[in-house]
Ligand binder design. Structure first.
Ligand code: SF4
Ligand code: SF4
Length: 87
């Protein structure tokens, strides 16, 4: 997964966090994401389904994926606070 470099003092970008072992692979989050930054992973989880995964960049932090997921606690969106620069 590509990692965006964050300059000191710059707020890290938001990103979704998916519990791959609990995801049912229903694709609702993938269909709903306006940035199209979610997809199904190539491999399967212990439930035998392909879980959703984040492409690694481009998330706006809108939370639409969270509101469209029927499974509690499977997907959440992290929106890191802006950090203070010591420079
Ligand atoms: S928070 Fe919005 S942009 Fe980010 S993955 Fe979820 S639906 Fe897509
Ligand atoms: S909506 Fe939820 S259960 Fe369905 S694929 Fe996305 S994260 Fe998995």
């Amino acid at each position: 997964m590509p990692v965006k470099k964050v300059n000191e003092g710059e707020a890290p970008p938001p990103y979704p966090v998916i519990d791959a072992e609990e995801c049912k692979g229903c694709r609702r989050c993938i269909s709903a994401c306006p940035r199209q930054v979610l997809r199904l992973r190539a491999g399967i989880n212990h439930r035998g389904v392909q879980p959703a995964e984040y492409l690694g960049c481009g998330c706006s932090g809108c939370g639409i994926c969270f509101y469209n997921c029927p499974e509690p606690y499977v997907i959440r969106v992290e929106t890191p606070e802006k950090t203070k620069s010591n420079a």
